[in-house]
Design a protein around this ligand. Sequence first.
Ligand code: KMT
Ligand code: NI
Length: 172
Amino acid sequence: MRAYWYDNESGDQREPHDSGRAVDASYLSKLGVLYYNFADEADVDKLANQRSYKNRDVITVSPEKMGDIYEEKVKSFFHEHLHEDEEIRYIRDGAGFFDVRSEGDEWVRIFLVKDDLIILPAGIYHRFTTDSNNYIQAMRLFKEEPKWTPLNRGPEIDVNPYRKEYLQTRTA
Ligand code: KMT
Ligand code: NI
């Protein structure tokens, strides 16, 4: 994992967009974003037990796997959105970027590789993209039934109860 402030320059979303200003894990935790590195999948099972994640699946995002819809998917993952539940991803192969909004509404870019696990809290605005290698395989964990529905940013979602709750718990 490596986190930094996004440079906001134009250009392909899959480029690093590294401003050169690093962000550490303790700042991420103030945004409610939790990070782990688990080489042993048994540690994932332990965390899943502790946090009551009962279900999981594995998704591969690549042109080989997705075919014609790959580019469209990558664009859609990159639309700023939130969820009404945690988003948990355990990277099994490849790499990708999760961008999360800071308390000042700036993008923090989090680069994840194999064995990285991230938990985004319900209500945080975020987006995802593959990097220029166009390949990531990730385990998606969830508590009960998956609630993948992305709620795209807008005036109605700014007042969503999960958004309001998130803003109250954030300590940054
Ligand atoms: C997401 O939430 O954007 C995804 O699930 C993308 C694939 S998982 C790295
Ligand atoms: Ni999401």
